[in-house]
Each structure stands twice: as C-alpha cells, then as structure tokens.
Ligand binder design. Structure first.
Ligand code: 5AD
Ligand code: FES
Length: 352
C-alpha cells in the first residue's frame, strides 16, 4: 500500500477502504500531506471557486441539561457562567448580521429547557418573516423527532448535530450513560428525512480516539452524506475531567479536512473556530486544505466569553463587525473572498 495511490484513489473514486484510511492517517509524511492538500484545494476550487461562505453564529444559551464529558458547558460544571439570550436579543443579532451581509444565521446553544418547541418555533418564524431570503440553521443538541419536525415546519432550513465519534464504544467514553452513539447517528438520519440540510461532524484528537475511530468517522460521513460537516481539534477545558488530555493535532485536523473534501466534493466544510484557536492561522490553513465556510461570531459581546465550550476560544472580545472584517481580510490575504449568498448545498445527492 502506498499513500500516494490512496490519495489518487480518493481523488478519483471519492472513497477508500477503512484499512487504506488508517494507513494514510497513520503514515502520511509532510511531503505527502502537501500533495493531499493540493488535491483537496483543487477539488474545493472546482466546486466553489475561491468563494468562502459565511454563517453568522449566535450562541443563544450557555445553559445545558446535558453532561458531555469534554464540554465546558456541561451541567456538572459549577464554574460555568450561564446566560440565555432573550427573543429580542436573538432578533437583534440577526438584524446586525443581516446588515453586515449575513444570509445564514446559526442559532446554537446548550440543551436548554427554556427553549421549548413553542418558544423556538416562534423565534424561527419571526426570523423567516423578517428575512425571507435568509437561511436559519439550528444547533441545539438532541431533540425528539416530533420537536425537530415542528421546528422544520416553522421554517428552520438546516440543523447541525455533530456525531462526535462514529464508534459507539468510544462515544460512551465521552458521554454520560444516558446518551448513546446509536441514537445520535439515528437522529442524523431523522434530520435528513425531515428535509433539513444536515450537518454531522466530530472532534479530532478527543480522549481515547484511535486512528480506526477517525477512519470510521470518515466512512460514516460518506455513508450519511450530510450537506455539512464540522470538524475541529479537541481542546481541553480546565473545568472538565479531560483537563489533562492533549489537544487535537493541527496536522491531523488539516489532513482530515482534505480527506473529507476529496471524499465529499460538494460538502460544506467550515474552517472552525477551534482550528483558529489552536493556531493563529488555523482558519486560513483550513481553507487552503479544502474547507469552504467560516462562521464569524454574531453573539452579543457581553456574553461571548461565557460560551466557553473549551479554553482560550478566540473572538470573545470582538464585535460582529470586527470579526467579519478580520475574517474577510484573512481570506483575501490567501486569495479567497467571502460571499454573502445563502450558500446552500450544491451537490447532486438527494437533499434528504
Ligand atoms: N474541544 C473542542 N470541541 C468541542 N466541542 C465541545 N467541547 C469541545 C472541546 N472541549 C465541540 C463538539 C460540539 C461542538 C458544538 O463543539 O463537537 O458538537
Ligand atoms: Fe473574530 Fe478575527 S474572526 S476577530
């Protein structure tokens, strides 16, 4: 087996076997990584040109009834500062975002019981009424099929729910016992069935993760064929039991971005804030490795620092306008440009 021939296979067939993926991820050299990067960048340029889509991220609540072991907002962290945006605050973030050129709003939050279907549907309906040309993405953790259906009916277009790890035994080591990887994955199929543009994803370098786990993540993405995939390095949070684990590697995250791009030519792939957190040029590197989305923060400045899922998160002190200026400068500097269209999925697969 040779890494170069696996890269060629990924370029041509958009897939590889589990063994080949493990071999590539374990053994890739710096020179081979550059070949992989170039192939992924070329593929992204063919799919999107030098266009980078933006999504306005609004962190609506740091309250969470869940207890994921890696997350700083887990319910058993007594040091987490809890806040919840009001409907008016959320709408005002959208207003700011709309005027800055955003056409997608991502409402993300912990699993906060305050945001019942009734409350959430009202907010989604109002955003869609005010800004019919904008997409609404929800990222609110696990909800029942009935709830997801109601939110979809209220006008939500997209839903992000990272699968975190495709391996159920590994999933169990990262989550409280009432959660299950099988349920998580089945919810992703439910989201597709309900007609959401669906985002899956995983952390790179999470505790106990093996290369085989990562290969399974890649194959799960291939099989689910979501419209979006969010990946970023695991970053330890000092108030969690994983505080002493190492952060995920920059090189491995970039390699995975490239492999995902080759396996899924049209997938919407963000250069994440976590990637920008572990390296000052992380997001630029992400784009150059095949990513095509960035997600500037639209949350009110006074709450930014309290949406602390991991330590040292970037952009916690900046206004939305500064963030978008900063990012568009960063993209221009590497030959890309931020575009303001909705950036819906353009692949040929069924939309679910
Ligand atoms: N490091 C990196 N990413 C994290 N997430 C949660 N906690 C961490 C952490 N400590 C990711 C999860 C989640 C997303 C919102 O953030 O993948 O789905
Ligand atoms: Fe937020 Fe640079 S992207 S300050």
């Amino acid at each position: 087996m040779k890494t170069i021939s696996i890269i060629e296979k990924l370029e041509k067939n958009h897939t590889a076997s589990r063994e080949e993926l493990v071999f590539l991820l374990d053994g890739i050299t710096a020179d081979e990584r550059e070949i992989l990067r170039k192939a992924a960048q070329k593929r992204a340029l063919e799919s999107f040109g030098n266009r980078v889509y933006i999504r306005g991220l609004i962190e609506i609540s740091s309250v969470c009834k869940n207890d994921c072991l890696y997350c700083g907002l887990r319910r058993s962290n007594p040091n987490a500062v809890r806040y919840r945006l009001t409907r008016e605050q959320i709408l005002s973030c959208c207003e700011t975002g709309r005027s800055l050129g955003f056409r997608t709003f991502v409402l993300q939050g912990g699993e906060d019981g305050y945001f019942t279907d009734e409350v959430m549907c009202g907010i989604v309906e109002e955003i869609k009424r005010r800004y019919p040309d904008c997409a609404v993405t929800l990222s609110l953790g696990e909800r029942s099929e009935e709830s997801l259906k109601r939110l979809r009916g209220a006008g939500a277009d997209r839903y992000l729910l990272r699968h975190e790890t495709a391996d159920e035994a590994h999933y169990a080591r990262l989550h409280p016992k009432e959660m299950s990887g099988a349920h998580r994955k089945s919810l992703l199929y439910t989201l597709k069935k309900l007609g959401y543009q669906t985002g899956a994803g995983f952390m790179v370098g999470s505790p106990y993760q093996t290369t085989e786990n990562l290969a399974d993540d890649l194959l799960f993405i291939k099989e689910l064929s979501p419209q979006m995939c969010g990946i970023g390095p695991f970053i330890p949070h000092s108030d969690t039991v994983f505080r002493d684990f190492a952060q995920g590697s920059l090189e491995m995250t970039l390699t995975l971005l490239s492999v995902i791009r080759l396996m899924n030519p049209f997938i919407l792939l963000p250069a994440t804030t976590a990637l920008g957190t572990i390296h000052p040029k992380g997001r630029e590197m992400g784009i150059l490795h095949g990513a095509n989305v960035v997600m500037p923060n639209l949350s009110p400045k006074e709450h930014r620092k309290d949406y602390a899922i991991y330590d040292n998160k970037i952009c916690t002190g900046d206004e939305a306008a500064e963030c978008i200026k900063c990012l568009s400068g960063r993209m221009n500097a590497i030959g890309y440009r931020i575009v303001t269209d909705r950036g819906d999925y353009k692949g040929m697969q069924a939309q679910g």
